[in-house]
Design a protein around this ligand. Sequence first.
Ligand code: 3HC
Length: 755
Amino acid sequence: MAGSIRVTMEVGADGVALITICNPPVNALHPIIIQGLKEKYAEAADRDDVKAIVLTGAAGKFCGGFDINVFTKVHETGDVSLMPDVSVDLVSNMMEDGKKPSVAAIQGLALGGGLELIMGCHARISTPEAQLGLPELTLGVIPGFGGTQRLPRLVGLPKAIEMMLQSKFITAKEGKERGLIDALCSPDDLIKISRFWALEIANYRKPWIKSLGRTDRLGSLSEARAVLSMARQQAKKVAANMPQHQACLDVVEEGVLYGGQAGVLKEAKVFKELVLSTTSRALVHVFFAQRSTTKVPGVTDIQLKPRKIRKVAVIGGGLMGSGIATALLVSNISVVLKEVNPQFLQRGQKTIAGNLEGLVKRGSLTKDKMSKAISLLKGALDYSDFKDVDMVIEAVIEKVPLKQTIFADIEKICPPHCILATNTSTIDLNIVGEKTNSQDRIIGAHFFSPAHIMPLLEIVRTERTSPQAILDLITVGKMIKKVPVVVGNCTGFAVNRTFFPYGQAAHLLVSLGIDLFRIDRVISNFGMPMGPFQLQDVAGYGVALAVKDIYAAAFGTRNFHSGLVELMAKDGRQGKINGKGYYLYEKGAKPKPDPSVQHVIDEYRRQTKKMPGGKLVTLSDQDILEMVFFPVVNEACRVMDENMVIRAADLDIASVLGMGFPKYRGGLIFWADTVGASYIHSKLSKWAEIYGDFFKPSSYLEERAKSGRPLRRRWLSKLRRGHACEVQHMARFLLEQHQHCLRHICGGTQKDLQG
Ligand SMILES: C[C@H](O)CC(=O)SCCNC(=O)CCNC(=O)[C@H](O)C(C)(C)COP(=O)(O)OP(=O)(O)OC[C@H]1O[C@@H](n2cnc3c(N)ncnc32)[C@H](O)[C@@H]1OP(=O)(O)O
């Protein structure tokens, strides 16, 4: 076995074989590793000088689980046999039932298949902070190396179900309290103590325990049934559209009823079915897509080094500014919060304190860290503290002259290396920076509200923004635990622009006579956190009113003019702010549909005169879903066509993290490709004829529909423009097409073709 992916074995004079998994960065269980483990275990079993085995991971990490790249290969080929047999072959037969005892020496993390390996060992020694978990359900599958059977037998059914269904990690310290870990020790002592423990088992001075044979933590049958039944009800609520939660419970139940061996066999069968599901394809896509957003050609591949950002000035202490300041402070970045007067400043500081207290209440921040964060905050009423800041993030109201003045002022005061960022969600960055000579360091840092919680950071670059400024903001984004997505400079940028038709389509449907609460229901059932009307209530009508004219000017005839929000405001409704919108909001209660909103809707329909012959239009739930989302997909096509995103997968991540598009559908473009460009195009064309240009298909969509190519791939006219990366995309695309054809002709696998 050559290269960095390998399993090593060293046999000491004490008779302990130390088997080490090496596959940086997280020691994932690549098929080469699995093969290596089987070989080393077989060798250790055969050698007379080996009495016991210690299994560990290289470079301070035990193992991040099975190699998820193999799932991608299975998805591409449909060939489940690419999954090596680990559960029975390695974990049950060679490790747990092997003739020499194994002890796991754990550091850093043991996740998924990694945790399943250690549960096949006869004892587990760990450093206290190591992270333990079975996150397989987040990939649309269930644990497949015996985890559904051994975890309940080690930590008890309720905790095991919680860890699997919620993909919850625990520390080894908690693992020790729960019976998953046998002993804790420092990293320096880890191997020494594990060797000792392994020899103690080999010499029968410590018990030789096989987890799969245990029943003492499972409780009585009736208790187990009650726990499973409650878990099923909960899963129905939180994971209605996903198969893996109920499947996981079925497999756990099999083991409770018929024993661990039966459970392991059922687990293997169900795992193989789930790995081919659409949900798994979507979730694995999201896993890699999320990690690829920070790979930006021309920025992260040109040997630039990120500069240190120690102090940031935030201008504006409103909802956005305070949220941004909070996110920076909790990541140990000093913040100067600038406001125009003492009252506004105090209000901003109070909001930040409230945000921090909220994080403490949610358990995501300790009191000590909260005090540290507060100590890093300084209020300011002028720019004197801006002399040594590394970055400014402007978060004032969306007024062009105000922003232009601010940028002209800060350009004079801030040091020349300082990045000048704006949190605008709509205004062209070239206009914001028009009165400066610093276009190379002007950049958009578009956070989503509440900024200290929402994970997306849309980084907007103009043609003149320097790669260094982009790299620095990506780095800050990662430091403050956001997922940065780099996008181009256009009205609404990538996220708001793509989703501008979302709310408008809902208004259009209401004008045709569709019940607004039904629209919200259809959209939430699809998997959005809430429907478009509730979203509007929660966001406040000010946002909708502020962007209305900007969208109308930018999007021409594909913009749908709706007067509904104005009518709502005229009726004394402000949404959640005053507790009265389309829904009624009472403290501590769920929002309730407000039937009295009907007279506003009637007035709106009278004014818009969209209902044919004055009669309510009849549509199915599927029509409603498609009429809301297909225009969004259509705009996404334009966003891709204009190169506003680097790759289609970036829009998937932006839609999931910025708009709450269901992750298990893979993001907007991934989902659209499962529906098919041709179908979407035909529907939009039909509606465009009946209802006008709002639905008119874009040329990109039309091309895809005609050519039969998925939306996520670049097309030939782009190639003619000669962008180097597009040439690469196209080459890869042609190669994939070629392989695809060959596969059909030969009926072979990817591996056959490579061979
Ligand atoms: C049969 C079995 O039951 C099935 C399984 O085991 S399925 C796998 C279960 N394991 C998981 O789901 C864990 C997935 N990984 C993670 O959650 C996180 O990567 C982590 C907590 C391990 C580390 O997080 P973090 O330090 O932030 O690093 P992160 O950027 O996520 O990962 C580092 C690199 O490792 C890769 N990686 C992480 N886990 C991986 C895995 N299990 N397989 C393949 N690659 C993996 C990432 O893709 C990334 O690659 P890149 O640098 O080329 O983008």
